[in-house]
Structures are given as structure tokens and as C-alpha cells.
Design a protein around this ligand. Structure first.
Ligand SMILES: Nc1nonc1C(=O)N[C@@H]1CC[C@H](O)C1
Length: 250
């Protein structure tokens, strides 16, 4: 998957390009990440990249001409590198809320150009002219779009085939089937008297699968009942959830 990033702080993205699953994916060429910095398009002595808002008010906006030049170059490069027109995404609290389904859509869609804002954001005419989709990682205000951009890129990149060493681990993640993840355990078997559930030591794979599904359903029921609304459970899921509820509140 090809992803272009427009950011004033490209070095922040080393957290993605040099570490962990995404770092290995970049190294293996499963993910191509390229960067454009609006500051490289500044022509004045101070390399200005921000500008004052019309109508006054606190803070600055990203300067239109340097931002647009960076977006345009990233978009052109995407078309040369992939032969496809990219989807240009801007991260802001005004965008569509990112969730696992959205990450899946992005992972299976066209190449991306991800625009990370700074200051108070970007001029609305740049949104209208150059941005295809606005996305948000949550209802809070951050100091820059770089962390949201890295969250979006990480969530999507993990779902690109071949990125995860063991593809199943993505499928068993929370939210991949719309449920919260089950509890996980590793050595030792006893931590200050807290033991690993016996079923996980049994080697009985069918029983282990059912236990994990029951725990996922039960946790979702307890912590995020909204995720079960409107969801049709199959016979096994309904039976396991009923068992969990019975045990939880006999
Ligand atoms: N929540 C979010 N989800 O995506 N982006 C944000 C976010 O807070 N962006 C900041 C607003 C102005 C600043 O430029 C960057």
C-alpha cells in the first residue's frame, strides 16, 4: 500500500517507519511511505508556513500556497508510483470517526495522501479543493495532525495482507469481528495466586475457541453493549452470551 504524508514534522513518523509491525512492513516493501513538507515550498527568508486567520481570533492557520503545493506534489507522485489517483485525507475533529471498519475500507482502497494539519488547522477552501475525506480519531483537540495520521496509518496498514506476521492476530483483534477482544494470558501460570483459566492449558482447541468467543461476547455485553445493538448473533454466539450472562448475574 502506498501512503503519502504531508506534514511539517515528518520526523515524527519514524515511530511508524522504524519500529514494530509497520517498520517491518516498510522494510519489506508492503507499505510505501513518502513525505512532503510544506516548509520545503516556502520561498520567503523565514520559510513561513503559517498565516493569520481572516476575521481575527486566536492562533494561525497553515499557509495556503505551501500546503497546496505539497499536497499537489504528493498526489502527482502517488499517480506515478501506483498508476492510481490517491484518496486525499485530512485529519481533523470535524471528520468521520475512525473505527476498525473504516480502517478496513482505507486498507482496501486506493493509495492515500494523508494531510496532517498544525496550528488551528487549514483553510476551508483547501478542504473543498484538495481534500477527498476528513477523518477524526476522536472528540478531543490535539496540537497537530501527526499523531492522528499515525493512528490512521497504523490501523489501516495492519490490515494490508502480508503486513502482520501471523494474519490471524489481526482477525482476533478487538473490533475485527465487531467484538471486544477476549482476555489473554502468558507465562507464568500463577501470578500471585491468580491462575490461568484451565481451559487455556487443556490443549482442547475447540473448547479454547468457544471460551475465547464467550469472553469476547461477555466483555462486549458488559463494557460496550452499543456494539451488540442491531447485531444478529448466530446460535452458538447467542448460547455462549446467555451462558456468560447467567454466570455473571445468576
Ligand atoms: N481529534 C483529531 N482527529 O484528527 N485530528 C484531530 C485533531 O485534534 N487535530 C488538531 C486540530 C487542530 C490541529 O491542527 C490538529
Amino acid at each position: 500500500m502506498w501512503i503519502g504524508v504531508v506534514s511539517l514534522f515528518p520526523e515524527m513518523f519514524e515511530a511508524l517507519t522504524r519500529q514494530g509491525v509497520t517498520g517491518r512492513a516498510v522494510e519489506k516493501g508492503r507499505i510505501d511511505l513518502e513525505f512532503w513538507n510544506p516548509r520545503d515550498y516556502a520561498t520567503d527568508r523565514h520559510r513561513t508556513v503559517d498565516d493569520r486567520p481572516y476575521g481575527g481570533g486566536p492562533g494561525m492557520l497553515m499557509k495556503v500556497d505551501t500546503l497546496r503545493a505539497a499536497i499537489h506534489d504528493a498526489r502527482s507522485r502517488a499517480e506515478i508510483a501506483t498508476g492510481q489517483r490517491p484518496k486525499v485525507i485530512y485529519l481533523s475533529p470535524q471528520g468521520r470517526r475512525l473505527d476498525q471498519r473504516g480502517a478496513g475500507e482505507l486498507a482496501s482502497g486506493p493509495p492515500l495522501v494523508v494531510v496532517a494539519g498544525r496550528y488551528e488547522g487549514i483553510d476551508e477552501r483547501v478542504v473543498e479543493a484538495d481534500i477527498d475525506e476528513e477523518w477524526s480519531i476522536g472528540d478531543y483537540v490535539l496540537s497537530g495532525g501527526e499523531l492522528p495520521a499515525m493512528v490512521l496509518i497504523d490501523a489501516a496498514a495492519r490490515l494490508v495482507p502480508g503486513v502482520l506476521g501471523h494474519q490471524d492476530s489481526a482477525l482476533e483483534d478487538s473490533f475485527n469481528d465487531g467484538l471486544l477482544d477476549c482476555p489473554h494470558y502468558t507465562r507464568p501460570e500463577d501470578v500471585e495466586g491468580r491462575r490461568v483459566p484451565e481451559v487455556l492449558l487443556s490443549g482442547h482447541h475447540g473448547a479454547i475457541r468457544r471460551w475465547r468467543l464467550k469472553q469476547s461476547l461477555g466483555r462486549t455485553w458488559l463494557r460496550r453493549p452499543d456494539l451488540l445493538e442491531g447485531r444478529t448473533l448466530n446460535d452458538e454466539q447467542r448460547e455462549l452470551l446467555e451462558e456468560f450472562i447467567e454466570e455473571y448475574a445468576p
